[in-house]
Design a protein around this ligand. Structure first.
Ligand code: MV4
Length: 491
């Protein structure tokens, strides 16, 4: 096992990884920018090194400086977290050159999932359902328009080198398709330096369902069931849950087997996620995420497995002492991403100083965060404050616990999306698990967010009124919102 690990990330995920290290008696090295000098993850680490200026391009993305620190401190392995360098195959190759273990897949597996067209071809050949489409070289627009008619409108044009929906365009007829091809090619060229595009039949109301995978270096691969991540906004997930409300044991076995074929097709090692779109009983491979994901805690809760510890053990060459039949599902977990952003102002980021901070707790609550009273949320990085996770015996109990926790959570000084989560957690379509990637627009959630803000104000329940008050006052305010919290989930 490793003696020392460098964590090439910041915030809550850096702390999450270092917690696993501490339990495994592994020393930790933090690297940080000048903006994070006083951050919690820097204090949590055994040693910390500043690697540059606040913009990520001058610190968290500097492969040379991170590897310098690894060498200087004698770190034997690097955990990349998510974002930043976590899916950068050049970084993996540089680690390999220096004899430092990268806690993740090989650079080859990473590259194999980089090109969407190539990945789709590989997965189709491995017997994994893919969305019907056209993925030859698209050169002649008119012949492409002809073949799109065979597919049937609407179609979606995507960039092969793309991700996160960048450049994607939907077309409902020939004219729209002609302009979509040109526009996606232009965006793909300017964003990724690669104008290669492909076409797919556009699914109208898909759900986003993903499978967590663990694979060791000896060909042992298991999946840790699914997460449903349909509630998102501009490809930014906001609420995830595990298991998925649409899952049946048969579908899980089928999709789980497909996810394992995906992992095997690219000789995958370590933790990864296979994303699918699901619509009316059919599912299709979307992409493979070759990293630990933000929403991994809900899987940890329902499976009882520590994914980060498993990642470290796999990277150290341990065997996965786990068979598929050992992986169970115990209860239900929901994650709400708490962001410093204003849902009523187009979800604009709201960086600033947290004046008052009181975290929720009690039975069925896990909070992964890297902030505290007096902490300043920097405009240089993403606006996530914490991940609030609730769990119970079933979905109803997980919802009740989440509602309670959302009303216990006090964050003042910055605007947060807590009212958004309160609105969703009482929306009847959410309660009925009627989810899709268009959930927010389809069910007019933003109007309900405005209602929540208004009602909380009327009841004095926003907690803003509790600034400077003692905890007894806070408790009294809590009591004022029990009506909301106790609205029956089963109607
Ligand atoms: C789609 C789709 C519907 N039909 N492809 C968005 C991110 C990119 N990786 C793929 N995406 C989509 N591809 C077809 N053929 C709808 C989306 C999509 C989406 C997918 C997963 C999670 C959230 C999403 C939000 C909007 C659109």
């Amino acid at each position: 096992m490793f003696n020392k690990i460098l964590v090439a990330n910041r915030g809550e995920i850096a702390i999450r990884v270092m917690r696993a290290c501490r339990e495994m008696d592994i020393a930790t090295v933090a690297v940080h920018s000048e903006a994070d000098e006083r951050a919690l993850f820097v204090k949590y680490a055994d040693v910390a090194h500043c690697i540059g200026l606040p913009p990520a391009s001058q610190s968290y993305l500097r492969i040379d400086r991170i590897l310098d620190v690894a060498e200087k401190t004698g770190a034997e392995a690097i955990h990349p977290g998510y974002g930043f360098l976590s899916e950068n195959s050049e970084f993996v190759r540089e680690c390999e050159k220096m004899g430092i273990a990268f806690i993740g897949p090989s650079s080859e597996s990473m590259d194999a999932s980089g090109s969407k067209i190539a990945a789709k071809k590989t997965m189709g050949a491995a017997g994994v359902p893919v969305i019907p489409g056209i993925s030859g070289e698209i050169e002649d627009v008119e012949s492409t328009v002809d073949s799109a008619q065979g597919l049937g409108y609407p179609v979606i044009v995507k960039a092969s080198a793309g991700g996160g929906g960048i450049g994607m365009k939907i077309a409902r007829n020939d004219d729209e398709l002609r302009s979509a091809i040109h526009s996606t090619q232009a965006v793909a060229k300017s964003t990724f330096g690669d104008a290669t595009i492909f076409l797919e039949k556009y699914l109208l109301h898909p759900r986003h369902i993903e499978f967590q995978i663990l694979a060791d270096s000896y060909g042992n691969t298991v999946h840790l069931n699914e997460r449903e991540c349909s509630i998102q906004r501009r490809h930014q997930k906001l609420i995830e849950e595990s298991p998925s409300p649409v899952m049946t044991p048969e579908l899980r076995e089928d999709m789980g087997a497909a996810a394992l074929r995906v992992a095997k097709a690219i000789d995958y090692r370590n933790a990864g996620t296979v994303e699918f779109m699901y619509s009316d009983g059919d599912y299709y491979f979307l992409e493979m995420n070759t990293r630990l994901q933000v929403e991994h805690p809900i899987t940890e809760i329902v499976t009882g497995l520590d994914i980060v510890k498993r990642q470290i053990a796999i990277a150290a060459g341990d065997r996965l002492d786990l068979e598929q039949e050992d992986v169970g599902i115990n209860g239900w977990a929901i994650e709400c991403r708490i962001n410093a952003e204003d849902p009523l102002n187009d979800f604009a980021p709201f960086p600033g100083k947290i004046v008052r901070y009181r975290s929720p707790g009690g039975p069925g609550i896990r909070l992964d965060s890297g902030v505290h009273t007096g902490y300043t949320i920097s405009p240089f990085y993403d606006s996530m404050i914490s991940k609030l996770i609730s769990y119970g015996e079933n979905r109803v109990e997980a919802i009740e616990k989440m509602r309670r926790a959302l009303y216990e959570y006090i964050i003042t000084g910055v605007t947060t999306n807590i009212p958004f989560h309160k609105a969703v957690l009482r929306n009847t379509h959410f309660l009925d698990a009627e989810l899709s990637t268009h959930f927010i627009e389809d069910f007019d959630i933003l109007t309900q967010v405005a209602d929540v803000v208004e009602q909380d104000k009327e009841k004095g329940a926003t907690f803003a009124s509790a600034i400077g008050a003692d905890d007894r006052k806070v408790a009294a305010i809590s009591a004022a919102v029990t009506t909301y919290i106790n609205t029956p989930v089963n109607r």
